[in-house]
Design a protein around this ligand. Structure first.
Ligand code: NCD
Length: 319
């Protein structure tokens, strides 16, 4: 099936082959950025952010700009008609009149699937509450593939707030589709990986623990996450758990020489800044991969390719 015109609500919406196509295109963009600099000319991307964001929103905007396209949208719902009581359905039906694709982040789990029903143009989930974050997953897959050479045969440790972190929910479901991938879920009892995710990866090897030191030496990738303050009803509970894991130089001594330390960012305290200079710390590189993979995703959903662009340009010259 073609990716053109499709939505991305969760990683399983795309087959492994389709994800591979996106990762390969992203790699090609990294290798030849100038080839892609005006491929989205005349196209408009709408970014609707009902929740705070730095990387996801700016990387989508940077991606569209680097493809020669333009952006409309809001990063502050109070500046839109949402503050007048407009429904999500009406906002989407209006925005699709203006744009060629929609990117939305929203605090309510399930809101992306709901909103996409009202969109005739490609709709991308940029995070729906504590549920899913598929474009972060594309970012993570590109990072692992580029730096480890493959998405197969890895032991991946996920550490921190596994209950509320949408990035780990999406990543685990996506990685479970590759051969011989094992998971180590590292969290306090209060923040364990939800049963519905464990159910979704049934048949796959996973191990749960609350002790990072015990397992760090067995990991190919350590994916650290922030304790998700905004998802806690009880702030005292957050205060109690917020610093449950702090990765530092001394803990890194027990890790393999080729282990990757990843983090979707923003970080609070969970990785000490003294780890940043360690060559295994790749979280800022990961943010860069995020922009390239979003460039590839936008192109695919809009049905654009360099070959098609060259034909159109040739036809314009011949007119
Ligand atoms: C993540 C998110 O929004 O879920 N951030 C991001 O998109 N890179 C992780 C987080 O906020 O902790």
């Amino acid at each position: 099936m073609l990716l053109q015109g499709r939505n991305l609500i969760q990683p399983e919406d795309f087959s492994i082959q389709e994800i591979d196509e996106i990762l390969s295109l992203a790699q090609n963009i990294i290798d030849n950025p100038s080839k892609y600099s005006n491929i989205c000319e005349g196209k408009l991307l709408a970014t609707l952010f009902y929740e705070p964001s730095t990387r996801t929103r700016l990387s989508f905007e940077a991606a569209m700009n680097r493809l020669g396209g333009r952006i409309i949208g809001f990063s502050e719902p109070n500046s839109s008609s949402v503050s007048k009581g407009e429904s999500l359905a009406d906002t989407i039906k209006t925005v699709e009149c203006y744009a060629d694709a929609i990117v939305m982040r929203h605090p309510v789990a399930g809101s992306a699937a709901e909103a996409a029903k009202y969109s005739e143009i490609p709709f991308i989930n940029a995070g729906d509450g504590g549920n899913q974050h598929p474009t972060q997953t594309l970012t993570d897959l590109l990072t692992i593939k580029s730096l480890k050479g493959s998405l197969e045969n890895h032991t991946i440790g996920l550490c921190g707030d596994l209950k509320n972190g949408r990035t780990v929910h999406s990543l685990v479901k996506a990685m479970a589709r590759y051969k011989n991938v094992k998971f180590v879920f590292i969290s306090p009892d209060e923040l364990k990986m939800p049963d519905y995710i464990k159910e979704a990866i049934k048949g796959h090897a996973y191990y749960e623990t609350n002790n990072l030191d015990d397992v760090i030496g067995s990991l190919d990738v350590l994916y650290m996450t922030r304790v998700q303050r905004e998802r806690f009803e009880n702030q005292d509970e957050y205060e109690k758990l917020k610093d449950c894991y702090i990765l530092n130089k001394s803990k890194m001594k027990n890790a393999r020489e080729d282990m990757l330390v990843m983090h979707p960012l923003p970080r609070v305290n969970e990785i000490d800044v003294d780890v940043d200079s360690d060559k295994r710390a790749v979280y800022f590189k990961q943010a860069k991969y995020g922009m390239f993979v979003r460039m590839a995703l936008i192109m695919k959903l809009l049905g654009l390719s360099v070959e098609r662009h060259m034909i159109i340009e040739r036809e314009c010259v011949n007119v």
